[in-house]
Design a binder for this molecule. Structure first.
Ligand SMILES: Nc1ncnc2c1ncn2[C@@H]1O[C@H](COP(=O)(O)OP(=O)(O)OP(=O)(O)O)[C@@H](O)[C@H]1O
Length: 240
């Protein structure tokens, strides 16, 4: 079976800064890949390239049958298949939780209000926040806001979910509640890419952990991190 996400020899630079230097990896359906590595190693850039938030210089990226590297890509159709959640929740402060979740459903998918509300109810229940449907973002904790952002993404029924350091702004207790939602998604068979600093979580949940260093990747299975070439460097990184 074809992988759901496949990067081959991806290069990307910003000006003279060569950020991705031949990144390749593939994710089969239902699997979770975690990308770890030092700040500035290119993790977020790699993730953003998958959703065409950055345009690559060379190489290929295929996601759910879309040739993401192709200048003629139908971006709207790609974005229907890919959900992305960032460190910042980006909720609309003047809209209720439910309205935040239904907005794109109505605007992008053309769902009628009634149908959109049914979907919002389902995804808010999924993230444990149905009782907050009529609350405004400012009335929620950071962890709850992040869970709303996840619900909003899930409402679009993506084939793949991308998470870019979604717990980095949260304290440990709130981090846990967000990670539990991601864990439940994994158990439900969602194909996911997580850029994370949560090493234990990555090692426990991911089918594959990718270690990124200066724009290159080393792929390891859970518990086998030390196969990476620059073992000493990786060991030092993991010890922090
Ligand atoms: N839009 C941009 N314009 C210019 N340089 C950028 C841009 N986005 C990222 N970079 C640079 O690319 C490099 C990799 O950044 P990236 O955010 O991918 O790293 P990261 O591994 O995700 O780091 P962190 O863990 O701190 O988020 C950095 O040197 C960064 O400054």
């Amino acid at each position: 079976m074809k992988p759901v996400v496949e990067l081959k020899d991806v290069h990307k630079r910003f000006g003279s800064n060569q950020v991705l230097k031949g990144v390749s990896f593939a994710i089969p359906k239902g699997e979770v890949v975690a990308i770890i590595g030092k700040s500035g190693s290119g993790k977020s850039t790699a993730l953003r390239c998958i959703d065409r938030l950055e345009i690559i210089d060379s190489g290929t990226i295929h996601v759910c049958g879309h040739a993401v590297h192709d200048p003629g890509l139908d971006i709207r159709s790609l974005r229907k298949d890919v959900g992305i959640v960032f460190q910042s929740y980006n909720l609309f402060p003047h809209l209720t939780v439910e309205q935040n979740v239904t907005l794109a459903l109505k605007a992008v998918k053309g769902q009628p209000t009634g149908q959109a509300r049914v979907i919002a109810e389902r995804t808010l229940r999924q993230v444990g926040l149905l009782e907050k449907a009529q609350a405004y973002p400012e009335q929620l904790s950071g962890g709850q806001q992040q869970r709303v952002a996840i619900a909003r993404s899930l409402a679009m029924e993506p084939q793949v979910m991308l998470f870019d350091e979604v717990t980095s702004a949260l304290d440990p207790q709130l981090t846990g509640e967000v990670l539990r939602v991601i864990e439940a998604l994994a158990e439900g068979g969602m194909t996911m890419v997580l850029v994370t600093h949560e090493m234990d979580f990555a090692a426990r949940l991911a089918d594959t952990v990718i270690y990124m260093h200066e724009g290159r990747v080393w792929e390891t299975g859970p518990g086998s991190m030390l196969q990476a070439p620059q073992t000493a460097e990786l060991r030092e990184f993991l010890s922090h």
